[in-house]
Design a binder for this molecule. Structure first.
Ligand SMILES: N[C@@H](CCC(=O)N[C@@H](CS)C(=O)NCC(=O)O)C(=O)O
Length: 493
């Protein structure tokens, strides 16, 4: 019988799947969801955690025997018994069918609808209306199936029921008010039956079904905003927050809401799961607080870099605005190129470092490039840091990787610096000092998983030259969007 620890944040519906499965199977499962055992945003970014769970995502399972597993469905499967997994080949396939159905058909519209009501995503009327229609469609499919069955597969609760119930949980709690759910009596009956099973109850507690469809929580959304990085977002957050005060009178509030509903939100303003997760991180002291204010707005440059042509707009903007007192430019090179084998592993090395330096992103920008091919490659990059010193010593969190690199401060007036900035930022040029062809580039800029997406697109296109410059930001913003439980945000849910 499996025995181990499940790392998660509290009230994570993904973790619930594993926890309920363990209730049925008798697997001994400890849940590490609060300090000191686990702090979301910290523990899952630590090198020890990342060495077992390279994505740094939760839930994550470690057996007492050392066996490690990520992906909630895999963990729930592992912690199940044969009865839950399905006792015949057909039943097992049906369980897999419903697990996949939950992930691909339920979670996307459920997130699009529910997240804004929890204030962790901007409201977009069109997207919400579309999500409602999609939810109706999946409920209809379930209702039809459950017309003749008590449970989704066979005569007993299976992993299919556990998974689908957990995926519907936030819909039932938040938005499926009685009138909306009334056309799906079989689904309602089945859902209530499941959540009242002692094994479900032990994990979910008393589930209160929605009485009134929750609407966009602009206040919570505004509260979540100020922690975000760009002035653009701050500005917006300010507006949102500002709106809240005069909105004491209900009438005005309604008007504002209507206004909000009319203008579709620009997608880049949404809070994705990473940002929601970051929003939950405890505040730490700003290690750059002692520096005088700089005239160089790094975020502005980053926006130019993301959205406009690198050579003709972003780099000229960089040099026109660069503040040599407030910032410094460094060349870094991986010290152990002979240890680099497969290029995808080298890329993970770079993105791993970026992840561990997450909190430095506000005060740094970097373009790090992998040159060469499998078993003959090198990594080097150009880093722009706030201040004149290497930033890594300013925080304990940042000291994991930097010693694996050599660091050389560049003379910002030198031709060498100008050429390197140009070549590394644009990912093209002779790279004379390298002697190997460009393979892949990674940009240290925005929070979470973005570089991976960029790299994936690059791999797909096969060459950086084919990458449409003005599309960079789109890949980055959409990279890791998937449904994250609201518990990962500041929301107490
Ligand atoms: N497909 C994964 C998704 C896991 C996931 O996205 N986890 C989020 C929280 S809901 C996370 O840990 N994010 C942290 C991060 O991206 O740094 C699963 O089902 O386990």
């Amino acid at each position: 019988m499996a025995a181990g620890t499940l790392y998660t944040y509290p009230e994570n519906w993904r973790a619930f799947k594993a926890q309920i499965a363990a209730q049925y199977s008798g697997a001994r499962l400890k849940v590490a969801s609060s300090p000191p055992a686990f702090t979301f945003g910290q523990t899952n970014r630590s090198p020890a955690f990342l060495s077992n769970f390279p994505l740094g995502k939760v839930p994550a399972y470690q057996g007492d025997d050392g066996f490690c597993l990520f992906e909630s469905n895999a963990i729930a499967h592992y912690l199940s018994n044969d009865a839950l997994r399905g006792s015949t080949p057909q039943a097992r396939a049906q369980v897999l069918q419903w697990v996949s159905f939950a992930d691909s058909e339920i979670i996307p519209p459920a997130s699009a609808w529910v997240f804004p009501t929890l204030g962790i995503m901007q409201f977009n009327k069109q997207a919400t209306e579309q999500a409602k229609e999609e939810v109706k469609r999946v409920l209809a499919v379930l209702n039809q199936h459950l017309n003749t069955c008590t449970f989704l597969v066979g005569e007993r609760v299976s992993l299919a029921d556990i998974t689908v119930v957990c995926s519907l949980l936030w819909l039932y709690k938040q938005v499926l008010e009685p009138a909306f759910r009334q056309p799906y009596p079989n689904v309602n009956r089945w859902f209530v039956t499941c959540i009242n099973q002692p094994q479900f109850k032990a994990v979910l507690g008393e589930v209160k079904l929605c009485e009134k469809m929750a609407q966009f929580d602009a206040k919570k959304f505004a509260e979540n905003q100020p922690k975000k990085e760009t002035p653009l977002k701050k500005e917006k957050a300010g507006k949102e927050a500002g709106k809240q005060q005069p909105q004491q009178q209900q009438e005005k509030k309604e008007k504002e809401k209507k206004k909000e509903e009319k203008k579709p939100a620009p997608p880049a303003e949404e809070m994705d799961e990473c940002e929601a997760a970051l929003a939950s991180e405890p505040k730490t002291k700003d290690p750059f607080a002692h520096l005088p204010k700089s005239s160089f707005v790094l975020d502005e440059f980053k926006r130019k870099y993301s959205n406009e042509d690198t050579l003709t707009v972003a780099i000229p903007h960089f040099w026109e605005n660069f503040d040599r007192e407030g910032y410094s430019i460094w060349y870094s090179e991986y010290r152990f190129p002979e240890e680099l084998t497969m290029t995808f592993m080298s890329c993970n090395l770079i993105t791993g470092m970026f992840q561990r330096l997450d909190k430095l992103r506000k005060n740094a920008f970097a373009s790090v490039i992998l040159f060469g091919m499998n078993n003959s490659s090198s990594i080097s990059g150009i880093w722009v840091f706030r201040g004149q010193d290497l930033a890594f010593t300013l925080s304990e969190d940042w000291q994991i990787d930097y010693e694996s690199y050599s660091w050389r401060k560049l003379d910002v007036d030198s031709d060498e610096c100008k050429t390197m900035v140009k070549e590394y930022f644009a990912w093209e040029g002779e790279f004379k000092h390298v002697g190997k062809p460009f393979s892949q580039g990674k940009i240290f800029k925005k929070a979470c998983a973005t570089e991976d997406a960029h790299a994936k697109v690059l791999n797909f296109f096969g060459s950086s030259e084919l990458l449409p410059e003005n599309k960079k930001v789109v890949y980055q913003r959409r990279a890791s969007r998937s449904a994250c439980a609201p518990g990962g945000a500041t929301s107490p849910v």
